[in-house]
Design a protein around this ligand. Sequence first.
Ligand code: ADP
Ligand code: MG
Length: 256
Amino acid sequence: MTLPSENSAKKTVTNTAIKIENLNKWYGDHHVLKEVSLDIFEGEIMVICGPSGSGKSTLIRSLNHLEEYQEGVVSVFDQPLSRDSQSHKVIHQTMGMVFQNFNLFPHLTVLQNCALGLMWLRKMSEREAEKRVMGLLDRVGIANLASRYPGQLSGGQQQRVAISRSLAMEPKIMLFDEPTSALDPEMVKEVLDVMVDLAKTGMTMVCVTHEMEFARQVADRVVFMTDGEIVEVGPPEQVLVHPQWDRTKEFLQHVL
Ligand code: ADP
Ligand code: MG
C-alpha cells in the first residue's frame, strides 16, 4: 500500500478549532460515549471510522449540539458550548453539517434550498444570496441544475447541493456524517472529489466515513472508535497500516 508522504507533514499545528473534553453520553443505561477527549486543530482533516453502533454519529452530532450529552465539554475556537443562545450563535456562525440522507427540502429548487439560510439567517437579499449560491454550485459542477427540484436529481447531485448549501453560510468547520453511504457506488467519487477539493482550501473538516482511500489521501489524522471509545488516533499511515488494536485490524480487513 502506498501512502502520500506529505500527508502528516502537510500542516503545522495551529489553533484548536474543536476541543472535546471527557464527553460522556448515555441513552438510558446504555453508555454510548465514554470519556471521549480529542482536539481538532484549525485546518485539520479528521476522519472518524469504526463499526456501526460505535458512537460516531452521536459524537459528531454532539459537536454542534444536535445531540445533548450528560458530561463533558465541547469548545469551538476556545468557546465552551452550552445550551444558551450565545452557543447557538457560535455553532451557526462556524459549523456546517452534511448528512447521509442529504436533508434537502423537496418542495424547493436547488437554488432555493441553498439560498434559504442566507436570506433568513443572514438577512441577505435574494439577489445577493442567489449570486453566492450560483458561484458555489458552479464550483461543485452543478450550476446547470439550479432550477431543478431534489427529486429530479441523482443522489450524488443531491449531496453536492447539500454541501453547497452548507458552504453558502461560510462555515469554518464542516462536519460530514457518512456523506457517501447512501449513494450508489458510481456516485461516490463525485462527492468525494468535492470533499477533496474542500480539504485543499484549509477548511477544518470532521468526516465520519468508511472511504479509506479518502482517509489515506486527505486525512491528517484518523480516529478509530469502538463501543463509544476512541481506541486509536493518529496519522493515516499509523492507524490504517499499523493499527495497534486487534479491533481496528479486524475492522480494516472489512473495509479495505
Ligand atoms: P454509529 O454512528 O457509529 O453507527 P451511533 O452514534 O448512531 O453509532 O449509535 C451509538 C449507539 O447509540 C448505538 O448502540 C445506538 O443503537 C445507540 N443510539 C443511537 N441513537 C439512539 C437513540 N436515539 N436512542 C437510543 N439509543 C440510541
Ligand atoms: Mg452513524
